[in-house]
Design a binder for this molecule. Sequence first.
Ligand SMILES: Cc1ncc(COP(=O)(O)O)c(C=O)c1O
Length: 419
Amino acid sequence: MTVRESIDPAAHPPLTEQFLGPTGYSLLPGGYGRGLMAVAPWAPMAARGEGCRIVDEDGRSVLDLNGNFTSNIAGNAHPAVLSAVTEAAAGGLSFGMSNRYEIGHAERLLARFPGLDQVRYVNSGTEATMLAVRVARAVTGRDRIVVVRGSYHGWNDAVLPTGGPRAERGVPKATLADTLVVPFDDVGALREAARQGVAAIVLDLLPNRVGMTPPSDEFVQVAASLAWEGDAALIVDEVISFRLGLGGLTAARRVPAAMVALGKMIGGGLPVGAVVGAARWMSALDVFSPSGLEGGGTFSANPVTMAAGSAVLDLLDEREITRLGRLGERFRGGLTSTFAKHGWEPRGQGSLTRLFPLGLAGPGAVVESQRRLWWAAYERGVLIAKHGVAALSIPMTEEVVDHAVAALNEAVAVVRKAS
Ligand SMILES: Cc1ncc(COP(=O)(O)O)c(C=O)c1O
């Protein structure tokens, strides 16, 4: 296989014209099976992953700083994960019975959240936040919830309104009315919303789409007190940020969460979601209680996902979190001055960074500038997420990080920011 000379988007037909179905339409809406990857108009396809690299269908090997949108913290095809998956899969992929792997996974999660009692598994982060909100509504008997503008919690109806008018399309008006959206870090608006009587306050302690900036201690403390005083659930969404501490940022910032929504890395690269919570809330999910909540999920807690996730949780111990955190500082430190020179900023914490263009008029210009950076980085052998997120993984070393820094500094210098 030869590496194509140019990956210039202008040199290739758009994906919508490359793969047509029998009726003449593009096989996939917009050319993609998963909207999240759309870097438009054309995009390379992954052929295989090896450690911290991915080889695309053209044979080009790129450094994987996307890690399937921060999920693959052990990199690609890590031997410990492969061996756990192979062993579990050899005994059957999924059953209509409980299995020992889910017990092992739940034990590992609860060891990281002292004070929380129980775990329920689902198949994505979206389902995890949906489930936590459902539990909060059922236990409190209230419908309204509070969320923070710009904080993405997946694409279930209850939390989509954080994303503004486009994200609200197709969500019933009654649902929109029950989701109270407050501006980021606005304590006054938070108090005002909570006063209306709410089932839950949903927080992300490092909201990616807000720009990977943590909410202030004051905002988090007020959210916790309002939840406590109003007998509402404080739900923390750690679908991305869990990798930043043994008990995620919830434990690191001592946030008294009623429930924590998890996903991404806890599945070891396979589809997963989970809610870890206090028994007071989680017991609403007890199927033997006459009022136990409905909760399906044919593939939830399947042995292969649970085995892969357990292997990753074992790899990501305190030492490894600290090592990745130091690498993250080295990474951001290496980018800061060149990025500043070109009007960009690397933001983030620990192993998570987001490359952010400064001084742009609106979200459209930010998204377009990040798309251009995506192409410039890919051309230089580095894969980031289209929204500028770069996540470090266990196979990475200082040498790898320095290589990424050099490539991204070169990339940012050639990108013309959108206006
Ligand atoms: C903070 C956060 N919560 C929830 C989700 C939804 O997770 P999933 O894509 O697994 O449904 C995401 C996905 O990116 C996320 O970043």
